[in-house]
Ligand binder design. Structure first.
Ligand code: GDD
Ligand code: MG
Length: 366
């Protein structure tokens, strides 16, 4: 089975993480984000993936290579200019089979794709959209259904007074190649706004599934996805790595302090005496946590250094960032790669510190 993954967005809402690393390869727990999608697709029989890229395609290619480590043939298609979700598909036309999956490249999910494909065949659909329930559909594509699961209406980014169901499009579709005939070449075309409405009544079906599903596009949801993975709430390879103890501490880590699961501590990490790491923490390779510091509900990526008596809670610290003694980083703050925060600062309330920025000791109260 073939799949096209759309990864052309710039990932602006995940800045500054995506200022230096393209969203598909931003590390999530212990692997690039897109690896979760590839592993999920592979479990459902996908062996041929086309990555539809725009922004920073080379960086994505460098990390993923030819896909052989996932048992998948991986090819990359790069649009000359952003073509939108349908335009991007059209641009990959030459490579597409008679039937294929199309995925938004920013969702963490374990939707039953095999069941979705089986339903698609049974109904003879032209397109079958996976649906999941969410609390607030306003940021997504809302789908109203008929009894036979054909789509009655599709409303992209519904206004408050249009919300009468909690079912939204999960960004995972089974499609017949004939859909390409509806997309004009060389234009920016939205599959959600321009193609789905035209397919209603002509073979557009939906497959509601109560699976785990999360669009990881904001720092808050990136943290949520991290926690859900290490708590085993979503079916991933990490769940096997952590096991029932929800804990993986690399034998090469130097653990002077305490670790409270769920947590992942990678190789060459140092946690000094009196420091506490966890619950709900990921420390990337070579991270250092100083004496008496606390790290909870946070992700600290490769090589970052945290001084003594620091408090990190509900935050993301990108690779190589440095945090001086006594500094607190909390409240959804995100430090970009290589940012340096001096001692005795407070960084909170969703502050986003750009890569490489240097903030001197003291005085900072975000
Ligand atoms: N190649 C390419 N070219 N990819 C694109 C382009 C483009 O011009 N524009 C967007 N993408 C990719 C993004 O990288 C992302 O993986 C996916 O297409 C969806 O775009 P988003 O910008 O993340 O859309 P959204 O999250 O607001 O809404 C979409 O996803 C929801 C589920 O998360 C829609 O499909 C909604 O209907 C859906 O509910
Ligand atoms: Mg999205």
């Amino acid at each position: 089975m073939q799949a096209v993954i759309l990864v052309g967005g710039e990932g602006t809402r995940l800045r500054p993480l995506t200022s230096t690393v393209p969203k598909p390869v931003v590390p999530l727990v212990d692997r690039p984000f897109i690896a979760y999608m590839l592993e999920w697709l592979s479990r459902h029989g996908v062996d041929d993936v086309i990555m539809s890229c725009g922004f920073l395609a080379t960086a994505v290619r460098n990390v993923l290579g030819d896909g052989s480590s996932y048992g998948i043939r991986l090819r990359f298609v790069e649009e000359p200019d952003p073509r939108g979700t349908a335009g991007a598909l059209k641009y990959a036309e030459e490579l597409l089979d008679e039937r294929f999956l199309m995925l938004n490249g920013d969702v963490l999910t374990d939707i039953d794709l095999s069941g979705q494909i089986a339903q698609h065949e049974r109904t003879g659909a032209v397109g079958t959209l996976a649906l999941v329930p969410v609390d607030d559909p306003s940021a997504y594509g809302l789908v109203r259904l008929e009894e036979d699961r054909s789509v009655r209406e599709f409303v992209e980014k519904p206004a408050a007074d249009q919300i009468d169901t909690n079912l939204i499009s999960a960004g995972a579709y089974v499609l017949e190649r004939s859909i390409l005939d509806l997309i004009p070449p060389g234009e920016n075309v939205s599959i959600e706004r321009q193609i789905w409405p035209r397919l209603i009544g002509h073979g557009l079906y939906a497959f509601p599934d109560d699976a785990y599903w999360l669009d990881i596009g904001t720092p808050q949801r990136y943290l949520q996805g991290t926690f859900d993975i290490i708590e085993g709430k979503v079916d991933t390879a990490v769940r096997e790595r952590l096991g029932a103890g929800y804990l993986s501490v690399d034998p090469g880590a130097d653990m002077g302090g305490r670790v409270v699961p769920p947590a992942v501590v990678e190789s060459r990490v140092t946690v000094a005496a009196g420091a506490q790491v966890g619950p709900l923490v990921v420390l990337g390779t070579g991270v250092r946590v100083g004496e008496g510091s606390t790290v909870e509900r946070s992700v600290v990526l490769q090589g970052a250094e945290i001084g003594s008596r620091c408090v990190l809670r509900d935050c993301i610290v990108a690779a190589g960032a440095r945090i001086g003694d006594g500094t607190h980083v909390t409240g959804g703050a995100v430090l970009g790669e290589g940012a340096t925060i001096g001692a005795d600062n407070v960084v909170t309330r969703g502050a986003r510190i750009s890569p490489g920025v240097e903030i001197p000791d003291g005085g900072l109260r975000f």
